[in-house]
Design a protein around this ligand. Structure first.
Ligand code: HAM
Length: 418
């Protein structure tokens, strides 16, 4: 037997209602906030990710599914979608459109990480990207959308953390100060972080190794190196979050694992998720469009990990399925009428089904019970000859006779009242 790949999961029918609830809410709320759906490919040229996420990030260094296609081109399965959306934004000159420049997406992403609860190699994200505005209110809008999405679905015990990573002009002075500090602690850092000092010193602050955490506890903070403009941007974001009643904490150590961020960065965690506790995260990336060859364009966005949302989604958030009618038909005439009634019910948009394998009433009723049918239509040759059929209410067990011709309509309206 050939098995699926480690860390790549099937989503089976009994889980689908959870996923559809989450995806429906993502679509509904995105439209409410003025975001339009965009669908970008699941694979792109490798260089796109190296140039946007950053060549010295864990994602690009260790986690990408990269392969050569038959023409010898290096391609990569997308580890995230921001890079692809920015590429599409530039390629189709979406910035010139008078329409809104706010997009959302849903879809699979691929990262070769060590699989564990809430961490997969193929996982799914809902994300948004908002282009064209420098305003702190654009940051707050995406944070508000993320927060409303997660709290609206009833996810418990969420924490929103924010930080400012400064703009391109704040970064060099901070990096220099951080590097000087790290050099003094070098012998206490893990191998990986010693290497990162040369490539991407900010990432050291995000290392999960206890030794590195302790060694960098009193590291210089970016907040002490912000220009007045960056500082004001953060203050404005905080003030507006306060106005909208969105609770947050300021975490000066929040750095994020992707290099494109500038100014605001944020992350929502859930206490019950264990080690992989980030449900969603994002931030501003004002330099990325230009770095990828487009016009200078400010932008901000987030992405949510849907497996993690699904793990935390309370059952009460999942709407119960539409009530259904089950048709139990017997005999040549009965089956002919039953098939017609089944078709009429479906044409009216009523969820209706039968079981072609069942030959006895008992087997039909057992299946109707399993499917949670509200009504069962029972029809054999005798009823068919009289032009009638029997309708059994599965809750009260009452049965009544109805004429064939009007049965479907009358059942459709009864379903609304049970
Ligand atoms: P990210 O922090 O890399 O950001 O991923 C966002 C979310 O995706 C995480 O918080 C987590 O819930 C989920 N996630 C990441 N890796 C995995 C995995 N291996 N298994 C399951 N879930 C995972 C981004 O991807 C940015 N593109 C977000 C963004 C959009 N920033 C601006 N715009």
């Amino acid at each position: 037997m050939i098995r699926g790949i480690k860390g790549v999961k099937d989503i089976l029918p009994d889980e689908i209602a959870r996923w559809q609830t989450i995806e429906d809410e993502a679509r509904r709320l995105s439209l409410v906030y003025g975001y339009q759906e965009i669908r970008v490919p699941v694979f792109e040229v490798t260089e796109l990710f190296a140039r946007s996420i950053g060549a010295s990030t864990d994602i690009v260094e260790k986690e990408m599914y990269t392969f050569q296609d038959r023409d010898g081109k290096s391609l990569t399965l997308r580890p995230e979608a921001t890079a692809g959306v920015v590429r599409a934004y530039i390629e189709h000159n979406l910035g010139a459109s008078p329409a809104s420049q706010k997009f959302f997406y849903l879809g699979p992403m691929f990262r070769h990480e060590r699989p564990q609860a809430g961490r997969l190699r193929q996982f799914h994200q809902y994300g948004v990207e908002s282009f064209g505005s420098k305003s702190p209110l654009a940051d707050v809008e995406v944070i508000s959308l993320l927060w409303r999405f997660l709290t609206g679905l009833g996810l418990p015990d969420l924490t929103l953390e924010i930080n400012s990573l400064g703009d391109a002009s704040d970064r060099p002075a901070y990096k220099a100060a951080l590097l000087e500090f790290l050099k003094k602690r070098e012998e206490r850092l893990c191998q990986n972080c010693r290497r990162r000092m040369g490539t991407n010193p900010l990432r050291v602050l995000d290392c999960k190794t206890p030794g590195c955490k302790a060694a960098t506890e009193d590291a210089p903070q970016i907040s002490d190196h912000l220009s007045p403009g960056s500082r004001q941007h953060l203050r404005d974001v905080q003030a507006s979050l306060g106005d909208l009643g969105i609770p947050y904490t300021l975490n000066p150590r929040l750095v994020r694992g992707l290099d494109y961020y500038t100014l605001t960065a944020f992350e929502v965690t859930c206490r019950h998720l264990g080690a992989q506790n980030a449900v969603g995260a994002g931030g501003r990336y004002d330099g990325l469009v230009e770095a990828l060859g487009g016009p200078s364009t400010p932008a901000v966005g987030f992405a949510v990990g849907l497996e993690r949302v699904s793990l935390m989604l309370p059952d009460a958030a999942i709407p119960s399925p539409q009530k259904m009618v089950f048709v139990a038909a017997f005999g040549q005439q009965g089956v002919a009428v039953g098939t017609r009634v089944l078709d009429e019910l479906r044409a009216l948009g009523v969820r209706a089904d039968t079981d072609y394998r069942a030959t006895t009433l008992k087997a039909h009723l057992r299946q109707a019970d399993r499917l949670g049918a509200a009504f069962v239509v029972i029809i054999g040759d005798d009823e068919a000859a009289k032009g009638n059929l029997l309708v059994r209410n599965m809750r009260t067990k009452e049965q009544e006779e109805l004429p064939h011709l009007t049965a479907a309509r009358s059942l459709a309206s009864r379903l609304k009242t049970v």
